[in-house]
Design a protein around this ligand. Sequence first.
Ligand code: 6PG
Length: 473
Amino acid sequence: MTKQAVAEIGLVGLGTMGAALSLNIAEKGFPIAVWNRTTSVTREFVALAGDLAGRIVPAETLEALVAAIRPPRAIILMVPAGPAVDQQIAALRPLLGKDDLIIDAGNAEFHDTERRAKDAEVQGVPFIGMGVSGGEEGARHGPAIMGGGPKVAWERVAPILTAISAKFEGTPCATWMGPGGAGHFVKMVHNGIEYADMQMIAELYGVMRDGMGLSADQIAPIFECWNAGPLKSYLIEISGAVAHAKDPETGKPMLDIILDAAGQKGTGRWTAIEAQHLATPVPVIEAAVAARNVSARLAARKAGEAAFGPAPQPLPAGALSDDDLEKALIAGKILCYAQGFEMLATASTSFGWGVPLPEVAKVWRAGCIIRSAMLNDMSQALEQDPARNLILAPVFAEHLSRCHTALRKVVATASLHGLPVPALAAGLTWFDMMRTARGTANLIQAQRDYFGAHGFDRLDGLDIHHGPWAGHQ
Ligand code: 6PG
């Protein structure tokens, strides 16, 4: 293979994700030119590419990378989100033609993508911000891909992106989500939901471990059993595998030796922050982000336990069954996704993106971290009526009617015994608010009017907007 314009696509950044994505692209039959800031990494990557090396053009300079790609070019950036993306775009643009496309495939903050998209528009050059989910394994063998930017630019690279994406029963999990930052926004909400899914599973793990006194070995088959029902999903599957695993050093269950302080790169936090900006309620995700932050405060938690005594108490025998826990998680999961999709709908309207909600659910059915059987039902429910909240779709309304009593029982029982279940409780409370036609904000309106003459509307429709407390301020 010569180094002159033979590659159909280029990639910058051969870290874990970039390397895996490059091999995936080469494996699907597309010659790819690759470049990494450290040349030895590029050389090592090609040396280890085996049979696929014949379809990989290693470039030692950005000029060589550009020369190796057939115009109009497409170059994927897989570099750390943030300033590195801007630096890479600035370094590449002068070497590229007007039709050459840059695709940022990192976990960019969507406002950054919006800014880069606007810059590209001003320059008259194409730019795509693309969310990629599925970790290293997904990138190598089939990720879920959420694209954003000019549709014509997406369509140019769609044959490659759909070929490398995960497939759900033959349907590629790669879709254009809208202009500008829409793709990265969808990926951000995916990650918010990822945090919430993980947190709710961890809360029930806590109920089983601390409330029911179950060992990791006893918990593993419960997760496995759930994975054969409505909760079938990647995260439940790996939770079962993790609960089974033993530490090679000590022979103890891995779960019993891992420090209980969760890390985060911040995408879940972005979801919570953006939900606040959009005034769209995502309390399950917010609770999950807060719980990660609490988990990281180890010393403070130890001091709290020393001061007040340990919170978790054993549950009386038979207080909760496996079935209660499974149903609680089914309800919690539906409530969390209902909030996530409502957030997507709000953002889509507010930013004028036209995000195809059923397509979002379809793309998430395979390849990504939150893939699950339920997402197939969600895609169908959203196809029937994209404007309807998921809790009102017949299939989910039926699940909720069947499961919300168990969610209430789990949250109440856990709370009475000091077992923290913040995300499940947030879901339950949101659900109860959502079916309370006469809420309590009438008092808040009265208070606002009392101290600030903010005014209110009356139930009887009379054109009087202030209370009899005028002059009390
Ligand atoms: C994915 C994941 C991935 C994310 C990790 C870690 O979809 O493949 O969402 O993009 O970076 O899950 O995220 P945190 O460090 O924030 O937990």
